[in-house]
Design a protein around this ligand. Sequence first.
Ligand code: AMP
Length: 294
Amino acid sequence: MRLILLGPPGAGKGTQAQRLVHRHGIVQLSTGEMLRAAVAAQTPIGLQAKDIMAAGQLVPDELVIGIISDRLDQPDMKNGFILDGFPRTVPQAEALDELLRHKHLKLDAVIELRVNESALLSRVETRVGEMRARGEEVRVDDTPEVLSKRLASYRSLTEPLIHYYSERRKLLTVDGMMTIEEVTREINRILAAIGAVEPRGAKAAKKADASKRAAKARKAAARSPGRVAKKAAKAAKAPKKAAKAARKAGKSASKAAKKSARRVAGAAKARRFGKPKKATKRVAKKVTKRRAKA
Ligand code: AMP
C-alpha cells in the first residue's frame, strides 16, 4: 500500500502515519524527520536545511526529492510506504509521479486531513507539552511565530496539491477534527472501501472459513474415501489451488484408506477364525439350499 498524508502542521499526520505503520506493516517516510536527523548529524543536507527549517520555510524541492528518491530504492519499501510531509509543492508532486512511474509503482491514495486552522495552535502547544514531559528536545519551529509562517507556506504552496490529486482521482478527505481514534477508524474504513486494505476481521473470517471447509473435507473423506480420492485426482489436474486441495484430500484419503484396510483385515481374520459375518452366513445358507434342491 502506498499512501500520502496531506494536511497542515498539527493536523495529526505523524500520529496517523504511525498508526498506519503499526497496523499495515508499511514504512513511514517523513521528510521533516529525515531533515531533522540530517540537521542533528550535521550532514551537508542538514547544514543546508537548518536555517530554512528554523524559519518555518520550505527547503528547496531538489533537496527533498533527492532524499525521497534514494529512500524509495531501499529494500524495506517492498510492503509499501506512507509519505508524511512530502510532497509539499506541485513540482514535488510531479517529481514523485515521475519517480513512481520510473519504478513501476502505483500510488493507492492521498489522504487529506482537514482541520480548522484555529485548532492548530493549541494542538502544536499540546505536542510541545508532551515532548517536554517525555524529556525530548522540542522542535525549534514549534513556536507560535514560526507556526504561522509554516501555515502560510502550507496555504500557498501545499494546498494546491488538494486540487492536483483530486483531479487525478486520488484524493480522500477525512475530518481531522475528530478524535485520534475516530480519524484512524475513518482512514481504515476508506482504505478498505477503495480496496487498498482488507476490512478488519476479514482475515480472521477467511481463516475460520478455511478451517471449517477443511474439517468438512476430513469428515467426507472418512465417510467415502473413494470419492475423496477421485476429487483429489480431479483437482490434481487443475494447477495451484487444486494442487493444495489434492494434497489435503490425499492426506484424508490415505487416512480413510487405512481405516477401510483395517476393516477388511478384521473381516478376513474373523472368517479365518470361524466367526463369519452376517453376509457370509447368508451366502452359506443359499448354497446349502441350492445343494438340497439338486
Ligand atoms: P514537518 O516535520 O513535516 O513539519 O517539517 C518540518 C520542516 O521540514 C518544514 O517546515 C520544512 O522546513 C522542512 N520540510 C519537510 N518536508 C519538506 C518538503 N517536502 N519540502 C520542503 N521542506 C520540507
